[in-house]
Design a protein around this ligand. Sequence first.
Ligand SMILES: [Zn+2]
Length: 285
Amino acid sequence: MSENSIRVRIPESNAAFLNGSGLVSPLEAQSLSPRSVPAGCNPLLDGLLAEAPVGWADELELVSLTPGETLFPAGASPTHIVFPMGGLISLLVRSGPAANAEVEVAMVGRHDLVGAAALLGAEPSAHRAVVQVGAPGYRASAASVRRLIETVPAIRSLLLRYVRMSLEEAYQLAACNSRHSLEKRLCRWLLQAHQRLESDTLPFTHDHIAQMLGVRRASVTVALHIIEGERLIRSTRGRVDLLDRTRLQMAACECCGAIAQNRRAFSFGPAAEGVERATPACATC
Ligand SMILES: [Zn+2]
């Protein structure tokens, strides 16, 4: 991860705790005490800090997650566990030698962590994690988090429940990709991106969406035109606006609801307040 990141835009809902302008510079990041980790920006991190020994927060480092940045490559074990405070990170698996042969197998947002494979051990991971939409985040070394898992049962339970939830989500997506039409998968993908970004404006090109779904760009363009014709979205250059989320949910496959239900079943975070924050912003997704 780049240590020399330039100033980054912070999601509006997360901006107040920094400097009020929505911007954080590397210098400001260095001066921000780990003790000032803002509650509510990442419920998993909240839950971990609620149970961690006094002083462990000093292990955390505020970082800028920059679009296009690879947080860890395929074939390596993640050196850090990253807790995003916004944005969107894709976990990609290569399905062939071509440059565009990577397919998205999971989307990560501020209710997640990056580097889950490293929670289980230091073996290499088969997927790559790449930042699609930038945001600030906190990170700690994977070794440090593994020590917490070994010594604090509540943290072991919290993080293993997250790993279990992620596995269930991956199983559902595997079924989705083999059974459901592109149009329905596209609706599901847009709703999942909305959930991660907590925005109805999604900054993605047709090319990008096609690569994430593992299909041809022309097929995505046709599918977008169909749902745009039904006034569910508006698709312009490099941007998709969700116009009618309720009807978009109806047009999506049932996997969208199943994934949301799975996330609710594995609610994480400290006490009821954290559980509430872990609930996705969208009623169905
Ligand atoms: Zn599906």
